[in-house]
Design a protein around this ligand. Structure first.
Ligand code: TRP
Length: 343
């Protein structure tokens, strides 16, 4: 058998896997969103080919104030840059500036069953919390999310527990379409991060930290001032037992330890050793200082991008241009397979 000589011309460099994720522009993300998801995106963006979008189309499934939506979309876009995503290496864009998302979502709607959408737990929850506006977009939201993922032929999607069901439906839709028309879409796998910090409410550490919590002391926003961060962490709920160690019934301390660990890279054992014989007062100050230092560069870069609106627009246009090129390739393929007349 003839030996194949690998040269620079015919070498097939290992293709980097593609990863895609999106964040809704619904308010300023919390420390929980940052440590649980966003901080990982930056790491992932160097290991994979990344596409990261501000999911503004998803945001209008609940009523939005137009001015606020525009403002928050710009802010979240700037935040993606501020956390360290590099527009030279990753595609960073606003979902509504890439029409293929809406177009593919419509097509995929016709390959998705009413019954499977009805089973989505987030739809059931949101129907209860927005009982006066149970619109069809809210219902078919997972189909739009499937379109987001499938347009970029993403191999991996980092998802938290609340989005796992939606990723499963994206896989089902992709498999179904591939089954009818032949291989069209890459089947995406969930990407479960190693650390996967689950940051809990500072006031009720049995609940996830959430920006929609009516008590602002329960969460830290990524743009809280150092004074606010110090104050909120000092008033975090702990327990009456007094020792800094990880344990059952110590949800408040466990939560602070995991926040501290995410910001400093220390293990629980190292943290326990550091605070042996010390009280919660010292511990809380150290946690607050670590959080302040973690968020400081993010805040500074964010301010920088928000001041330069021309540069922000320019980066949005650049991201959308690349995203449109990739997304249109998949969309055209789909349109041909379905039987549309291609212009
Ligand atoms: N639905 C996700 C959320 O609310 C955001 C999202 C939209 C998303 N499209 C996506 C996440 C595609 C991952 C992949 O958090």
């Amino acid at each position: 058998m003839e030996e194949k000589i690998i040269t620079t011309e015919n070498a097939q460099p290992e293709r980097k896997k593609k990863i895609l994720s999106c964040i809704q522009p619904s308010g300023i993300p919390t420390l929980g969103n940052y440590l649980g998801a966003l901080k990982n995106w930056t790491k992932l963006s160097s290991d994979f080919d990344g596409a990261f979008a501000v999911a503004d189309l998803h945001a209008i499934t609940v009523r939005q104030d137009p001015k606020k939506l525009r403002q928050q979309s710009n802010e979240v876009f700037a935040l993606l840059l501020a956390i360290g995503l590099d527009p030279e290496k990753s595609i960073i864009f606003l979902q509504s500036q890439v029409p293929a998302h809406s177009q593919l979502a419509w097509i995929l709607n016709c390959y998705t069953q009413f019954g499977e959408m009805s089973r989505m737990t987030q739809f059931k929850d949101k129907s209860l919390s927005h009982a006066d506006n149970i619109n069809v977009g809210l219902f078919s939201y997972p189909v739009l999310m499937a379109a987001d993922i499938l347009l970029y032929q993403a191999d991996l999607v980092p998802v938290g527990a609340d989005q796992k069901q939606h990723l499963e439906i994206a896989r089902d839709i992709a498999n179904r379409f591939n089954g009818i028309y032949g291989k069209t879409f890459t089947i995406p796998d969930p990407y479960i991060g190693k650390s996967g910090a689950r940051v809990m409410s500072l006031q009720d550490p049995t609940k996830k930290m959430s920006k929609s919590d009516p008590n602002p002391k329960s969460y830290i926003s990524v743009f809280d001032t150092p004074e606010q961060i110090m104050k909120k962490i000092k008033s975090a709920v702990t327990d009456s037992e007094g020792g800094v160690y990880y344990g059952e019934g110590k949800e408040g301390v466990n939560n602070l330890m995991s926040i501290y660990s995410c910001c400093t890279g220390l293990t629980n054992e190292q943290i326990e050793a550091e605070f042996q014989g010390k009280g919660y007062g010292d511990f809380k100050v150290a946690v607050a200082e670590a959080v302040i230092e973690e968020l400081r560069p993010v805040r500074e870069k964010f301010d920088y991008y928000m001041k330069d609106t021309a540069e922000l627009k320019n980066l949005q246009a650049k991201g959308a241009e690349t995203a449109n090129r990739i997304a249109d390739r998949t969309l055209t393929k789909v349109m041909k397979k379905v039987g549309f007349v291609i212009p």
